[in-house]
Design a protein around this ligand. Structure first.
Ligand code: C2E
Ligand code: MG
Ligand code: MG
Ligand code: MG
Length: 268
């Protein structure tokens, strides 16, 4: 009991401080979006067979003026609770499509992959919005991949996914294996790619069989969180199609030197 009291004395102020910080961030997020403080970083996506860069995943970052760069864990859940994820997600999608169009004009036919929140998918106008964003960016639909999560698939997002797929946009199941994974979803949904959660890398037997299953269903397999040359070699030997991770390149701003990190070109 005494140990309990001491733990509370230590943890409660820390939790209160974390709550205050969350409230501050929630209050600041709408104007941050208006002020262009929400930006996209890009992590390169590699084809494992020949190590060619075939695209990049756009990942939201919050650059507060004079503050540290914040990552999604600091604000995506907040944005989902307040509904701000809709304009935020749209903002990232617009930026990513414009960026991919810029790469394309510079001669790099890359795919850009954008995370979609379940709330975005539940908007009836989403497919039309995506078509409009692509059109205005001048990006062919096939150069865009949208990443959904297993939870999206459980809801009634099916019709929206179908319409997005009909546009020619590619759909990927993100973080496969972390949630309420249902193998039957993989054949029911109009997805073309499965992104395996990094946790799979620690389970070579599961990895091998999951890749084989995906290939049997005609799905492309992307591995996430590749951090070592050994993991890269294992994945290649198992026939995994594409991969991303710190071993290849960290997420970085599109206009930084060496972006899309490691692919050897620079597009301002
Ligand atoms: P995710 O879509 O699964 O993205 C991959 C995450 O893994 C990213 O974290 C990336 O920085 C990180 N990562 C990449 N390579 C490695 C590696 O080798 N090792 C490790 N340990 N991590 C690696 P990040 O950028 O913090 O994003 C976290 C999550 O936030 C994303 O997971 C995605 O679910 C969500 N997110 C990010 N941007 C957006 C967005 O624009 N909209 C929505 N709805 N969600 C987003
Ligand atoms: Mg993702
Ligand atoms: Mg995720
Ligand atoms: Mg993922």
């Amino acid at each position: 009991a005494r140990q309990d009291r001491r733990d509370h004395a230590v943890f409660e102020p820390a939790r209160a401080e974390a709550d205050r910080r969350r409230h501050r961030l929630a209050a600041d997020l709408p104007s941050a979006l208006d002020n262009g403080e929400i930006v996209a970083y890009y992590q390169p996506l590699y084809r494992l067979a020949d190590r060619a860069v075939i695209g990049a995943e756009a990942l939201a970052r919050w650059q507060r003026p004079g503050g540290p760069l914040l990552g999604p864990p600091d604000f995506i859940t907040l944005a989902e609770h307040t509904g701000l994820i809709r304009p935020l997600g749209r903002h990232v999608l617009e930026r990513a499509c414009r960026q991919a169009a810029r790469w394309r004009r510079a001669g790099h036919d890359l795919m850009v992959s954008v995370n979609l929140s379940p709330l975005q998918l539940s908007e009836p106008t989403l497919p039309a919005d995506v078509a409009d964003i692509l059109h205005r960016a001048g990006l062919p639909p096939g150069n865009l991949q949208l990443e959904i999560t297993e939870s999206v698939a459980l809801d009634d997002g099916y019709a929206a996914l179908r319409r997005l797929a009909d546009l020619g946009v590619r759909l990927a199941m993100d973080d496969f294996g972390t949630g309420y994974s249902s193998l039957s979803l993989l054949s029911k949904l109009p997805i073309s790619t499965v992104k395996l959660a990094a946790e799979f890398l620690a389970e070579p037997a599961v990895l091998r069989h999951t890749i084989a299953l995906c290939h049997a269903l005609d799905l492309t397999v992307t591995a996430e969180g590749i951090e070592t040359a050994e993991q890269e070699a294992l994945l290649r030997s198992l026939g995994c199609d594409t991969g991303q991770g710190y071993h290849f390149g960290r997420p970085s701003p599109a206009d930084s030197r060496g972006c899309v990190a490691g692919c050897g070109f620079h597009v301002a």
